[in-house]
Design a protein around this ligand. Structure first.
Ligand code: ADP
Ligand code: MG
Length: 256
């Protein structure tokens, strides 16, 4: 069973899609590097037994802004699970990288109290099918409310003007889930990962279009508190005994 921390003011970003190789760790590391650059120090929690995010963190040069790493896939006999997974008190932004296959209980636990959920999707027929199952599970099993606006998709490794790209766009559009960024297929992501860096930390002239897309993701993520407030307002309005229409009719009646 996965355990993830919950704290009111924690910006918990969960990146998931059971399909391996769709770009979860690439997204997690690039988002973490962005947050690290602007501070305060973020934390990254790696639930994938392959540990690629932790390996990236080990390669990260000491000269770059630090990121706190939590190797959640490791089980320790010496420490309790919650001690092993503790997030420093000062952490504001936590990025959760998830494993390739997750059971229903773990999916619920992983997404509980999350501020944002990102699903990277590759534009092949098989990947689109896997992503649609993943999104259906998020809505039906993990009960992620679409009105909360915390679920978004990132189209990854795209080559524009291909048939599958168009299919991917139509599929997401039909679900009403936003595609907040479109990452191109480029070795820049591979080179950054090899050096323990985010795309922002490579020479700017080489990575401008990629950086723009990662910036779009971070800008969207930064809106999490406003999205949560809006969702709470919508919920409380729905709970009110009188609807706006009722009130309008009453005021019209009293003015006659
Ligand atoms: N936009 C991209 N362009 C080129 N290579 C990419 C891109 N996104 C991811 N990759 C590469 O694809 C491989 C799988 O990505 P990864 O983030 O590890 O996927 P996951 O964590 O979902 O298994 C890695 O080698 C990564 O560097
Ligand atoms: Mg991974």
């Amino acid at each position: 069973m996965l355990i993830t921390p919950s704290r009111d003011n924690l910006n918990k970003i969960v990146i998931l899609n059971p399909k391996g190789g769709c770009g979860k760790s690439t997204l997690a590391t690039n988002i973490a590097a962005c947050y690290a650059g602007r501070g305060p120090q973020p934390a990254i929690m790696d639930f994938d037994p392959q540990g690629s995010t932790m390996a990236w963190l080990k390669r990260r040069p000491d000269s770059l802004p630090p990121i706190h790493g939590i190797a959640a896939y490791k089980k320790s006999m010496q420490a309790t699970r919650s001690w092993q997974l503790r997030v420093p008190e000062s952490t504001v932004d936590l990025i959760v990288d998830s494993p390739a296959s997750i059971g229903h209980d773990d999916l619920r636990e992983l997404t509980r109290d999350s501020s944002s959920i990102l699903v990277p999707v590759l534009p092949s027929a098989m990947d689109i099918d896997a992503a649609s199952r993943c999104i259906a599970d998020l809505l039906l099993v993990a009960k992620v409310n679409r009105n909360e606006g915390k679920l978004a998709v990132i189209a990854n490794r795209t080559r524009k003007n291909t048939k599958s790209f168009g299919r991917l766009m139509r599929f997401l559009d039909s679900l009403g889930i936003p595609i907040i960024a479109v990452l191109r297929d480029t070795q820049n992501f591979v080179h950054a990962a090899e050096q323990g860096m985010g795309i922002h930390e490579l020479p700017p002239s080489r990575v401008r279009p990629d950086k723009e897309q990662i910036d779009k993701i971070v800008t969207w993520l930064d809106g999490w508190e406003a999205r949560r407030r809006r969702a709470l307002q919508i919920t409380s309005m729905r709970r009110r005994p009188f609807s706006g229409v009722t009130l309008l009719r009453k005021s019209q009646a009293s003015s006659v």
